[in-house]
Design a protein around this ligand. Structure first.
Ligand code: HEM
Length: 477
């Protein structure tokens, strides 16, 4: 591993760079404006992101190529031109902070208005060269370290409320939506563990805080999201301009007041121990809690559950056996660590369905980008774009890359693959720090996924469902 967290690709899949020919980057941005409009329509309407990247990769016969990525013209001023990097080796350049920078490029050249975050740029938009990045990243890392004490007990308690609710609804309707119960549970869980703020102390926040965050997230991100059902209305109204903050302003203020009051101790530490202003501590807390944690898990858990519900190979029986044999003393950091089948399932889900599919970084200086067969000149200022769902299907690294293999990450060979699991904007074997832009929650995200699955199979012998609903379960005796 280099200091920037870039994995050293083993020589078995990576010949030394000196022997590789220098090639021009294939692909083009097309005619001014028209090229970006065509790509935008393909991305959002005619193809969707997966096919968009796949067809261009095939057409250019290269995993590295030039293309436009929306949002862009006419009313959004973001520059859509990127160099796509779609294999593990070229993608890993995104982690080397000596050659790339991440100033305002969380979602490409597009950036939502900073009014959503108290008129300041929060951690995810800061480059590692900015002093505030270190302060906030260390603050969040400290929060996570301290909250690990109550992490599993709070998670179990919120999962218990969630599944009680699902069971009650099933008793009435024979089936129950999963998300309706998941989202309040996640909101309560992260408020408590990250900010020390108990939603029970504020009935209004308890009732609608989780919905407020969804609206706040949607208004920021909708211009970048392929929905694919409302065309051409989607193109005209959702992808053509940045959406305003005012519809959610008063609700955001309510969240701010809630974290200021109920999270006072954590906020105070941000000020006294990490040198942040009170406002910086609170807005970063809301962003980490709402955008990173709540947003990430709202996408990740439904997919993780679906992977288990859709399995036809007897996976539930195998999970059940592992959970029952390893958790006689309850779910603890120690007992969970031994659940290597569930760990592997969580990793495999993060590989095939990375919750944050696109990652961006801008060249800090001119450098040579290396793929398996070629090197390419990248100029300072060019934007690199990695689309993880394809990168994580790199056949040079993963056998049968399209298949969901619950055992893929087990054993010695499986552990070696963790160098190439990139969902956190860094390898799973990397260490998030102030020097890089890797997800601060990397290890706890995986652990939380494992506890989520283990909890289900402590509570149930089997469970069934489809399309986001639970349709049957067998309670454990
Ligand atoms: C399933 C859940 C999660 C997913 C999928 C996820 C994914 C990511 C990704 C991909 C990034 C890098 C974004 C970029 O720069 O391109 C990131 C950054 C970050 N994540 Fe997570 N995350 C999750 C949960 C969490 C949690 C629970 C926390 C902490 C409480 C957290 C804290 C952060 C922070 C602070 C950053 C910014 C890092 C920096 O700027 O250096 N994330 N996350």
């Amino acid at each position: 591993m280099t200091s920037g967290g870039m994995p050293s690709i083993p020589s078995s899949i990576s010949p030394p760079p000196v022997s590789l020919p220098l090639r021009n980057i294939p692909g083009s941005y097309g005619l001014p404006l028209l090229g970006s409009i065509g790509d935008r329509l393909d991305y959002y309407w005619f193809q969707g992101p997966d096919k968009f990247f796949r067809t261009r990769m095939e057409k250019n016969r290269s995993t590295v190529f030039r293309t436009n990525v929306p949002p862009s013209f006419p009313f959004i001023s973001a520059d859509p031109r990127v160099v796509a990097v779609l294999d593990c080796k070229s993608f890993a350049h995104l982690f080397d902070m000596e050659i790339v920078e991440k100033n305002n490029v969380l979602v490409g050249d597009f950036m939502p208005s900073i009014s959503f975050t108290g008129n300041m740029r929060v951690c995810a938009y800061l480059d590692t060269s900015e002093p505030n990045h270190s302060k906030v990243k260390n603050f969040i890392t400290d929060i996570l370290r301290r909250s690990s004490r109550i992490w599993i007990s709070e998670l179990e308690s919120n999962l218990s409320t969630m599944w009680d609710g699902i069971e009650l609804e099933m008793a009435k309707n024979k089936q129950s939506g999963f998300r309706n119960f998941l989202q309040p549970a996640l909101f309560n869980f992260f408020s408590k563990t990250l900010a020390g703020a108990d939603t029970a102390k504020s009935p209004e926040v308890a009732k609608s805080g989780y919905i407020d965050v969804i609206i706040w997230l949607g208004l920021q991100l909708v211009p970048t999201i392929h929905i694919g059902v409302l065309q051409p209305l989607e193109e005209i109204f959702l992808h053509s301009f940045r959406l305003p903050f005012f519809p959610i302003a008063s609700r955001y203020q309510r969240l701010y007041d809630f974290f200021q009051k109920e999270g006072a101790e954590v906020v105070e530490r941000g000020v006294t121990e990490f040198g942040l202003t009170k406002e910086e501590a609170i807005h970063n807390l809301i962003f980490t809690m709402g955008f990173n944690a709540y947003g990430g898990f709202s996408l990740f858990f439904p997919v993780l559950l679906d992977r288990i519900l859709n399995d036809k190979t007897g996976l539930q029986q195998r999970i059940l056996k592992e959970v029952r044999s390893k958790s006689s003393s309850g779910l603890t950091f120690e007992s969970v660590k031994e659940m290597d089948l569930i760990y592997s399932i969580v990793y495999e889900t993060l590989r095939l369905d990375p919750p944050v599919p696109s990652q961006y970084a801008r060249a800090r200086k001119d450098f040579k980008l290396t793929s398996y067969n070629s090197t390419y000149n990248i100029k300072k200022g060019e934007l690199l774009c990695g689309y993880q769902p394809l990168v994580m299907r790199d056949p040079e690294v993963f056998d049968e890359p399209e298949a969901f293999n619950p055992d893929r990450f087990r054993g010695e060979k499986g552990a070696a693959l963790l160098d190439y699991l990139f969902w956190s904007n860094g390898p799973q074997t990397g260490t998030p720090s102030e020097k890089n832009k890797q997800c601060a929650g990397k290890d706890l995200v995986v652990l939380t996924g494992v506890v989520f699955v283990a909890y289900i199979f402590k509570r149930y012998d089997s469970i069934a469902g489809e399309g986001g609903s639970i349709t049957a379960f067998q309670r454990a005796n």
